[in-house]
Design a protein around this ligand. Structure first.
Ligand code: UDP
Length: 246
């Protein structure tokens, strides 16, 4: 049974892309998957789903493997990147399991076909899943080395006609003029332009993802995933965040 008790608030977006890093799933372990943390985030997603929002999800792989790290240690870059993409599939499957145990219907869709594990990416089919209120988890990034899952999130958000990309962060509740962990006087922006993010080199998403969002006027909302109910409050038009737009 799905929880519809919180469905009164009218959501600010009908369909969104939630991007979280792989590290969001590792808890305090410093590596890998921490099932209670995956379950906590799954519950956040469930509460937004209960508002009637159509949900796309991209999860990074940095808790398991990052291509750049592998290549810095002597691996061939493209091989290391494919390993990073496979790491995102593991994270996607973990999240799928957690969401389904809460009673949600989901699909994992991979940019690299692996039919025994999940569906291949077919745009029209993915749209149909969203219309049927299934949570669609896009795995394996863009399917190409030299990209990141930030770019995958921007790409799929455009293809799925999402109203916004929601960047769920750990330890920070928006975009600041300097690192708030290091500077007490750091100031959070309520809103900022794509161009400012790029010219000031602010850490929101990587540059190719920002450029892709800017080209299609897709807003990016940066918020904290730490506080319970944080994701839902953003969709309810409340809560602290930074909106990156035109
Ligand atoms: N990756 C890639 N192409 C993509 C997406 C990801 O090659 O389209 C690889 C890349 O090596 C990256 C790794 O997968 O380092 C994990 O993704 P990412 O670093 O974006 O994860 P996050 O930092 O969000 O956890």
């Amino acid at each position: 049974m799905q929880d519809h008790t919180q469905s009164e608030a009218a959501p600010t977006y009908r369909r969104v892309m939630l991007k979280i890093s792989g590290e969001a799933l590792m808890g305090d372990q410093g590596y890998g998957l921490h099932p209670p943390t995956v379950e906590r985030i799954a519950k956040e997603i469930q509460s937004v789903h209960a508002m009637g929002v159509e949900l796309c999800l991209v999860i990074g792989g940095g808790n398991i493997f990052r291509g750049l790290q592998g290549s810095a240690q002597g691996m061939e870059r493209t091989t290391a990147d494919y390993m990073g993409m496979l790491a995102t599939v593991m994270n996607a499957l973990a999240m799928q399991g957690a969401l389904e145990s809460l009673g949600l219907h989901t699909r994992v869709i991979s940019a690299i076909p692996m039919d025994q594990v999940c569906e291949p990416y077919i745009r029209r089919r993915a749209v149909r899943h969203l219309e049927k209120k299934r949570v669609v988890i896009f795995a394996a990034g863009t399917g190409n080395p030299y990209f990141t899952t930030d770019t995958a999130a921007a790409l799929r958000a455009n293809e799925m006609a999402c109203g916004a990309i929601l960047m769920g962060k750990n330890g920070v509740d928006g975009v600041y003029d300097k690192d708030p962990a290091k500077h007490d006087d750091a100031v959070r922006f309520d809103a900022i332009t794509y161009d400012d993010v790029l010219s000031k080199n602010l850490k929101v998403m990587d540059a190719s993802a920002i450029a892709l969002a800017r080209e299609n006027k897709l807003p990016i909302v940066v918020f904290s995933l730490d506080a319970p109910g944080g994701f839902r409050s953003i969709l309810a038009g409340e809560g602290v965040s930074t909106r990156v737009g035109g």
